[in-house]
Design a binder for this molecule. Structure first.
Ligand code: FCB
Length: 446
């Protein structure tokens, strides 16, 4: 990107994102309780080569090192998540003081290094003890989560202004409670629908709690999204794409925006009704200061007779002869523009921040260097689309790369490497990739 094209404005927030389970390690020490991801990944058959994040990037012990790296690269904002079961081992009740102390140290060290902390309250690692009681399918989670949120604000709110309530509810409900390919590995429509409604309630309720406890809080929540297009020209493919868009892109943001669930466009959502109690509907809405858009790719959809309820299937990027990343996600920068235009139309959010974007490519470490041109090109192209949306009038005011370091990519284990910084998982050695230097240089010049 040329310097003259970099006019994102002086208030634009630049950063990197991580998540507790993917980087921290120390999974069962210093009083931490197990999370659903600890249990899921330590059960054979659930992840790539049965890998787990018991150690991960050892961020728990190496956070100073990683935060210094961030400062060295001139990255001014750091989005990370709190592990609920490190703070409250059983999910409710007794607090773990060593967990609180850990996050105090992380926050304080960020501030000391001139880096602004952005905290995600829930990035998929539910305390296992709560899952034993039904997890997200149990309506009591609205209370459990509320207490946890209030506690975090009381402990950390004096120093942290930027709060995100949930990370990508569509992914953890869909993959974790419908398909069973993510923790807690549950399958079926009923558990998905219950988890969906309770998550949607927590997303707004969490926002209200932060607002009530912290005057100057900057509150948001994040959404996964992909530009959805019909694979063929037929009306059936067009309708299928429309339904998938309602499911993947609209299910959680619309109730938050006061529009309710997109039931009219996706009939299966009528089945949410048994979980919706009197008075819930109005509680689903909340005026966030920002919404976090997380975009990586687009999906092509065709009609299918074999997938009841949604009658649609994804035509994978590998079948379409397109450029892909190591996740088999199509490189399609315009998806970012389309999603910012789409999310920019919802009225009651002040602004949008791209809270995740990035790419996994097979990095090769040679002579202590990683020449990851593909990642640089990916980031450069997606950033151009962010700017294009901004110039088209969308109030997008931040961009966070996923991720600072290579880390544990959920069911895909350590194979996909998303970092600006390479991690040798044997030695825990870090090597800044060319993309890390590129981002650093970009930040200096914009
Ligand atoms: C997002 C997740 C994040 C990471 C990236 C690649 O869906 O929020 O934790 O795994 O994808």
């Amino acid at each position: 990107m040329k310097i003259e094209d970099k006019n994102f404005g002086p208030d634009f927030k630049w950063g990197v994102s991580t998540a507790a389970y993917q980087v921290e390690g120390a999974w069962y020490s210093d009083g931490k309780g197990k999370s659903i991801w600890d249990v899921f990944s330590n059960t054979g058959g659930n992840t790539y080569k049965d890998q787990n994040a018991n150690i991960a990037c050892d961020f728990y012990r190496r956070y100073t090192h990683d935060i210094i790296l961030m400062a060295k690269l001139g990255i001014p904002n750091f989005r990370f998540s709190l592990s609920w079961s490190r703070i409250i081992p059983n999910g409710t009740g007794k607090v773990n003081p060593i967990g609180i102390e850990f996050y105090n140290r992380v926050i304080d060290f960020c501030l000391e290094m001139g880096i602004e902390p952005w905290i995600t309250l829930y990035h998929w690692d539910l305390p296992h003890e709560l899952e034993k009681k039904g997890g997200w399918t149990n309506r009591d989670i609205i209370g459990w989560f509320g207490d946890y949120v209030a506690l975090c604000i009381r402990y950390f709110g004096d120093r942290v202004k930027n709060w995100m309530i949930l990370n990508e509810p569509m992914v953890y409900t869909g993959a974790g409670y419908f398909l069973g390919v993510h923790a807690p590995g549950r399958k079926g429509l009923n558990s998905f629908l219950a988890a969906t409604h309770h998550s949607a309630m927590c997303q707004s309720e969490g926002g209200r709690i932060v607002r009530s406890l912290l005057n100057d809080a900057h509150i948001g929540t994040t959404f996964s999204c992909s530009y959805i297009e019909p694979f063929g020209q037929s009306i059936n493919d067009g309708m299928a794409a429309f339904r998938v868009d309602a499911l993947l892109n609209r299910l959680f943001v619309e109730p938050l925006a006061g529009l309710g669930y997109p039931v009219a466009d996706l009939k299966l959502l009528q089945r949410l009704e048994p979980y919706i109690k009197d008075g819930d509907e109005s509680k689903l809405a909340f005026n966030m200061d920002f919404i976090g858009v997380q975009n990586y790719t687009r999906e092509m959809i065709s009609h299918s007779h074999f997938t009841p309820l949604i009658w649609a299937k994804v035509i994978g990027a590998d079948k379409r002869n397109v450029e892909t990343t190591d996740m088999n996600w199509e490189v399609y920068p315009e998806s970012m523009y389309e999603m910012l235009m789409k999310f920019g139309k919802y009225k009651n959010f002040k602004e949008i921040i791209v809270t995740e974007n990035g790419a996994a490519f097979p990095d090769i470490l040679a002579d202590g260097k990683i020449h990851d041109e593909k990642r640089i090109s990916y980031l450069d192209q997606y950033l151009k689309q962010v700017l294009r949306a901004k110039n088209a009038g969308v109030k997008v005011n931040g961009y966070f790369v996923w991720s600072l370091t290579d880390n544990f990519e959920w069911a895909e284990g350590y194979k996909p490497r998303f970092g600006l910084v390479y991690v040798d998982f044997e030695t825990q050695e870090r090597v800044i990739k060319d993309s890390g230097y590129w981002y650093s240089n970009f930040l200096t010049n914009c």
